[in-house]
Design a binder for this molecule. Sequence first.
Ligand code: ATR
Length: 279
Amino acid sequence: MILSGHASLAGVMGWPVAHSLSPRLHGYWLERHNIDGAYLPLPVRPEAFADAVRALAALGFRGANLTIPHKQAALALCDSLDPAAERIGAVNTLVFKDGNIHGRNSDAFGFIENLRQGAPSWRAEAAPAVVLGAGGAARAVIVSLLDAGAREVRLCNRTPARAEALARDMSGPVAWVPWEARAAALSGAGLLVNTTSLGMTGQEALDLDLDDLPTSALVADIVYSPLETDLLRRARARGHAVVDGLGMLLHQARPGFEAWFGVMPEVTPDLRAFVLKRE
Ligand code: ATR
């Protein structure tokens, strides 16, 4: 893409950032929609974060995505936060407009849009959801499930204090369950989501007996390396509909792209194949 003097600029700020799929993803959409714009990897150390954000705004960037370790630091820097960023307690999308820094969080949107695209017949209100993990990803997943109308969320985490704190923060029908009781918590569930790092390449496997999970339940993993985790493979073998973690990553990028470049892009099989084909 050859840029004009009017090109719209955005990027992803993280430390490190070299592993990020976002430049490839946004680059694909920019080309597909023939947009005069660029999306850059922006390696920024934690101590330089505030200066870097102000510099981007001063340079006329439209905004940026944020990844580890900047998502919480951004809360204090933004002039306004959208309700999702406030409830999740993290910002993954910055939009610079009228001299202000707006902080948003599109992870909850990404999670639920991916479920809707991958399993159109799933209904949040139909049956309880079981969420494994109590980190930032679990927060976004639970916010999205409550907004979608979930009537019961069972939250299981290795460290009970984190599960308890998260259940309390969410101010909705979220009950925490001890980690040891995770297999029994699957009884009657309509959705199981793994938000822990278990099953990721290089990490331990997720040790979870699926026997009590109704076969009608949808199983989602937010781990996307490998794309088919052991959990998803076992669930598929039992006849469950499954949704992998790459979809959430692709969908969470859509609102930022729209805010910076003016087009709401789609997640298509071609995009998935393109992003997976890296190096
Ligand atoms: P993120 O913000 O990406 O969700 P995180 O805050 O590091 O990342 O959360 C990782 C999650 O994986 C946590 O729920 C963590 O459990 P703890 O709260 O007990 O740390 C979970 N996790 C990581 N390794 C685990 C393990 N070996 N067994 C069980 N849970 C594990």
